[in-house]
Design a protein around this ligand. Structure first.
Ligand code: PMP
Length: 374
């Protein structure tokens, strides 16, 4: 019967039967496209056992680290390049240059996409960024323009340097050039309205038969506002939660109407200081601020109870989803993304001396890494 099929689909995470496998089959579909393009999106969703038991809800996590560049930002990177091609700024098969100011994940997606589509990729980056990230950008063939770390309001901030560089390259070489501008380029938000949002809706409905809330932190804001736009169109009563790290001015903006920053966080890629183009017109229903002292135990719980070593934004998102689940009460379904994996932050989030220097808890298994031979 239909009910039995639905129940079976729920048990199997929605991988069975008519209509239930749409997001699984489509990634294997277009073998005419390069691997990167075939593999962006259609990530799996997992029920987090510990968070679900803690709250009496179904807390579901979207495994965005499964994207080929290792993060949710591959979606934005691919959509921005496709949009530039649709607008004639870049032409597939002709030389072109993609320029962005980025600390990491978007740059990695842009570098991989540029490589396979035949474009040069130039990344403006603050010299203070981790060697792990710079090495990942370089191995994909991106050229790095390293600038001293100065605040956004300084004209020599890496974002402004990248924008000026794009204009100079265009003027001096006449090559097709894209300044990607993930903050104000709405193709970023569209990536999530058109791909992440529909996948979340289908998967949550197949797994639990309902979807009550989606929450996450904001970097550019593309993920939260894009997913919110799609889910609200399907389901007007859904609750959308902004769950930001401490120090995020946008959190205070949505709370008190003022862009002000208080506190700080060791997380990267989230905690925005301004209302970006991708955030315009967006308002959250629920607001939570997650201190690092709550993020770190969540990071450890994900490793200890689920076997998932994720990045800091994923831990903020899961801590936030737990808060949202508690707001709603038992029996609801809450979804949040795991944006990337922990390896990218080995020298910080999983480094006992770094954590101790920040006064943050060190997991027992990180404390003693020595192996005694007898
Ligand atoms: N998590 C990580 C690890 C990221 O790199 C980013 C992007 N800066 C985000 C979360 C935030 O995503 P968005 O830009 O869509 O708000």
């Amino acid at each position: 019967s239909a009910a039995a099929l639905a129940a079976a689909q729920r048990r199997l995470g929605g991988s069975l039967g008519p209509g239930g496998a749409a997001w699984l089959s489509s990634s294997a579909g277009d073998g005419a496209k390069p691997g990167f393009e075939q593999l962006v999106g259609n990530t799996r969703m997992v029920r987090l056992k510990f968070a679900s038991e803690l709250t009496g809800c179904d807390v579901l996590a979207k495994c965005e680290y499964e994207n080929p560049g290792g993060s949710i930002k591959d979606r934005a990177a691919l959509w921005m390049i496709r949009d530039a091609e649709a607008r004639g700024l870049l032409k597939r098969g002709e030389p072109g240059v993609v320029v962005e100011g980025t600390a990491g994940n978007t740059g990695i997606g842009l570098a991989l996409a540029s490589r396979v589509f035949g474009y040069r990729c130039i990344i403006g980056i603050a010299s203070s960024q981790s060697e792990e990230k710079k090495a990942t950008l370089r191995l994909a063939g991106a050229s790095l323009v390293e600038v001293p770390p100065v605040p956004y309001k300084n004209p020599n901030n890496y974002v402004h340097v990248a924008k000026r560089l794009a204009a100079e390259i265009k003027e001096q070489t006449g090559l097709n050039t894209l300044y990607a501008d993930q903050w104000d380029n709405l193709a970023n938000r569209r990536a999530h309205t058109e791909s992440t949002g529909p996948e979340i809706y289908e998967q949550a409905m197949a797994m639990t038969g309902r979807l009550d809330a989606f929450s996450c932190a904001m970097g550019t804001g593309g993920t939260l506002s894009g997913v919110a736009e799609y889910l609200r169109s399907k389901h007007p009563s859904i609750k959308i939660g902004l769950t930001d790290p401490c120090g995020a001015a946008v959190y205070r903006y949505f709370r008190d109407g003022q862009l002000a920053s208080e506190g700080s966080s060791i997380t990267e890629g989230i905690g925005q200081g301004r209302i970006t183009g991708n955030m315009e017109g967006f308002t959250p229903d629920l607001l939570h601020e997650i201190p690092d002292t709550e993020m770190m135990p969540t990071l450890y719980a994900l490793l200890e109870k689920e076997g998932l070593a994720v990045g800091g934004s994923a831990a903020v998102n899961v801590a936030g989803a737990i808060r949202v689940a508690k707001d709603l009460g038992p029996g609801h379904t809450v979804v949040t993304p795991l944006c990337d994996l922990g390896q990218r932050y080995a020298s910080k989030l999983y480094n006992p001396s770094f954590l101790a220097s920040k006064g943050l808890p060190v997991a027992p298994w990180l404390q003693d890494q020595s192996f005694q031979e007898d």
